[in-house]
Design a binder for this molecule. Structure first.
Ligand SMILES: *Cc1c(COP(=O)(O)O)cnc(C)c1O
Length: 399
């Protein structure tokens, strides 16, 4: 059959058609009133999308650029910090802390699991300047409890900053940045916001801005204070990715429409969409006898699934691609070959979710050379969907 190429990866994700059009028709110079208007509007909408009154920065880089900036701008060499690591992205925090000469204590959890709060509590001594964590660990499909982590950190008072990589958490899980007291929250364009890679953004608390006055680690492109001044004028310090900014404006407008004119409600609808697609996928995978990787704390951003025993996940990924044009992610690092990851963040609908599960039934039959009872994953997913529809009359009005 004809193959349509479709991304099911947790970044980049499928591109929103109206954002595609906006990017293709964009030809603005960045030091003009028109662009300043667009950039300021995007920053305002991003604040609503993140759910913060803190200043927001938008930069031309991938998510890791802002992760790096969140280390370099807030620390001096030798500072004590806590890094929470339960996967490849947690390990990125650890590596960044090392690159900037920090004295990092690691709170770890095995791949596929989340942290024990007690482990964090023990490491939170008064001299800890910052805690770095992911909202959702995209390499394992685990969700971390940012509300509980924030509560522990805030009990420490003003001296400890909380930096959250919500690059796949934003738009897939509820985050109340200001109420919980998150100091830096990081997002990226190629995840739930449905545009290509190349933009990253963050919200920064007053506590964190203050820290920057004394932090001495080197920084140049990622100098947040310089960006803050530029952002106040509707500009970025260096040439922004103008086409992507136009795409982001269109994507945020789409989110607003999802919320009937309200970005916050739109974000909530986007989260519910991902939650439902994730639950349908988990039910489908389980019905096929597959083991989920992050069973106790699954994220809505993506589902990590273990292949049947004796099968390399690479074979499943190849079959998805070769037969159906579906791009599914392998495990990262040591998890390569041991799991495959199906994304739900951003522009995925009922048809996408049902289709990837139907394809999974075919893929499994092929790679295991065993009979698969066609329809079992679909039936499980359909049950989840219709149950949600019965309940959602309540949910929709409660938005
Ligand atoms: C995608 C992602 C990043 C950023 O990766 P980039 O390749 O730099 O965009 C960081 N953290 C998490 C949890 C991610 O999913």
């Amino acid at each position: 059959m004809l193959r349509k190429m479709r991304l099911f990866t947790p970044g980049p994700t499928p591109i929103l058609p109206v954002a595609q059009t906006a990017m293709a028709s964009q030809a603005m110079h960045h030091r003009t009133a028109d662009f300043r208007g667009l950039f300021s509007r995007v920053l305002t909408d991003l604040k609503e999308f993140i759910g913060t009154t803190n200043d927001v920065l938008l930069l031309a880089c991938s998510g890791t650029g802002i992760m790096e900036g969140s280390v370099s701008n807030l620390t001096s060499a030798g500072d004590k910090v806590v890094v929470m690591s339960a996967g490849k992205f947690g390990e990125r925090w650890r590596d960044l802390a090392k690159a900037f000469g920090l004295n990092a204590e690691v709170v770890s959890a095995p791949y596929g699991e989340t942290f024990r709060l007690e482990d964090l509590r023990q490491k939170l001594r008064p001299e800890v300047g910052a805690v770095y964590v992911q909202a959702t660990e995209s390499s394992t499909g685990a969700r971390h409890d940012i509300q509980a982590i924030a509560q522990l950190v805030r009990e420490r008072g003003e001296g400890t900053l909380l930096v959250v990589d919500a690059i796949t958490g934003l738009g897939t899980t509820h985050l109340d940045v200001d109420t919980w007291g998150v100091d830096v929250l990081i997002g990226g364009s190629q995840k739930a916001l449905m545009i290509p890679p190349g933009l990253a953004f963050c919200a920064i608390s007053e506590r964190a801005w203050k820290r920057m006055e004394t932090a001495k680690n080197p920084r140049y492109y990622f100098d947040f204070r310089k960006e803050r001044k530029a952002a106040a004028r509707g500009e970025s310090a260096y040439t922004p990715a103008t086409a992507l900014v136009a795409g982001l404006a269109a994507a945020l407008q789409f989110v607003r429409q999802m919320g009937n004119g309200d970005v916050i409600r739109g974000r909530q609808a986007l989260i519910e969409n991902a939650e439902l697609a994730a639950e349908m996928t988990r039910a489908g995978a389980r019905a096929l006898g597959l083991r989920l990787f992050a069973r106790a704390c699954p994220a809505a951003a993506l589902t990590a699934i273990q292949p049947p025993s004796g099968i390399e996940s690479g074979a499943i990924i190849r079959e998805f691609n070769d037969r159906f044009g579906a791009v599914v992610a392998n495990g990262q690092g040591e998890m390569k070959g041991k799991l495959f990851r199906i994304a739900h963040l951003g522009y995925y609908d009922y048809f996408d979710t049902i289709a990837i599960l139907a394809a999974l039934e075919q893929v499994l039959a092929q790679v295991t050379e065993k009979a698969v009872e066609y329809g079992v994953a679909l039936r499980a997913a359909q049950e989840v969907y219709s149950h949600y529809r019965r309940e959602s009359k309540v949910t929709a009005s409660a938005l």
